[in-house]
Design a protein around this ligand. Structure first.
Ligand SMILES: [Zn+2]
Length: 290
């Protein structure tokens, strides 16, 4: 794998200094170029006498790896595990993992909570995740849906099988994944937070949804009974949620061992990708170089 670091840095500068080079301390544009190549490009502020470089005050300031490789990690974050990336880059796994976490934290910071009116699908799934991740080759998959629907052995944080509550707004397809410690008692709060004024809600028959219709914002609640082969009756389905759950599982399979305390970070990354599609990398990049 060949990454052209000069090209990567030119790209970085075109974003970071799009208005011209300015002093990170006082904002002055009276800047002297003090030379240096690659990472070493240095500047001097005529107004306040500060020396700085292309990365001063950014996420990349103390970077151990070149910008081109940060870009590469960013663009591969959905296709390769930390281990694979470390091997291909020839870096310590910890170093790559650190970037991976930083990028995920950026995603979290830039996460926009949205509330909508209209039709929603609510559904829950369970993801296996332990204290330090899970053992190799243990699939993330929940037991087959039918079995899970027997209401016995639903997951909780304590048994390393975390409930993920998924909300899809049908009009926009906007998706929200919430990793919860316990599903009960949270449904009202979810409606409060994600419904602006009025909602029609589709769910399965799980008892946690029984009181939905009593919520002041819920104008109608339809339940789909998976158990009786009534998978998708016209409008009454949670197929968008099912689709999101598949995407989430496929994404999590890249990582051999997700810690249960980190699961929300991973789900946010996938949520971000689903909601912003190809624009997501540009958005993260913009945040990194700001
Ligand atoms: Zn200055």
């Amino acid at each position: 794998m060949v990454i052209d670091e000069e090209e990567a840095l030119n790209f970085y500068r075109s974003l970071h200094w799009s208005c011209g080079v300015y002093c990170p301390s006082c904002g002055s544009f009276e800047i002297n170029n003090r030379g240096g190549r690659g990472r070493g490009k240095r500047y001097y502020c005529e107004d306040c006498g500060t020396f700085f470089n292309d990365f001063t005050g950014t996420f990349l300031e103390r970077s151990k790896i070149p910008f081109g490789e940060v870009l590469w990690i960013l663009t591969n974050i959905h296709n390769k595990s930390v281990k694979q990336m470390a091997e291909e880059l020839g870096h310590n796994r910890k170093t790559v993992a650190r970037y991976h976490k930083l990028i995920r934290d950026l995603l979290e910071k830039n996460h926009v909570d949205s509330s909508f009116d209209g039709t929603f699908e609510f559904d829950e799934t369970y993801i296996i995740a332990g204290r330090k991740g899970i053992k190799k080759n243990v699939p993330f998959d929940e037991p087959p849906r039918r079995r899970a629907l027997k209401r016995r052995g639903r997951g909780t944080y304590d048994v390393d099988k975390l409930p993920v509550f998924t909300i899809v707004h049908r009009g926009t397809k906007y998706t929200i994944f919430l990793v919860l410690k316990n599903l009960r008692k949270v449904v009202d709060g979810i409606v409060d937070e994600f419904v602006k004024n009025e909602a029609i809600v589709h769910t399965d028959e799980y008892v946690i949804y029984n009181n939905l219709i009593n919520h002041e914002k819920v104008v109608a609640h339809y339940t789909v009974n998976h158990g009786e082969g009534e998978y998708a009756k016209g409008e009454n389905h949670v197929n968008n949620d099912e689709n999101r759950h598949s995407l989430l599982r496929r994404f999590l399979r890249i990582f051999r061992g997700v810690s249960k305390d980190n699961l929300q970070g991973y789900t946010l990354l996938e949520q971000f990708r689903i909601n912003y599609k190809t624009d997501s990398y540009d958005m993260i990049l913009q945040t990194i170089v700001e």
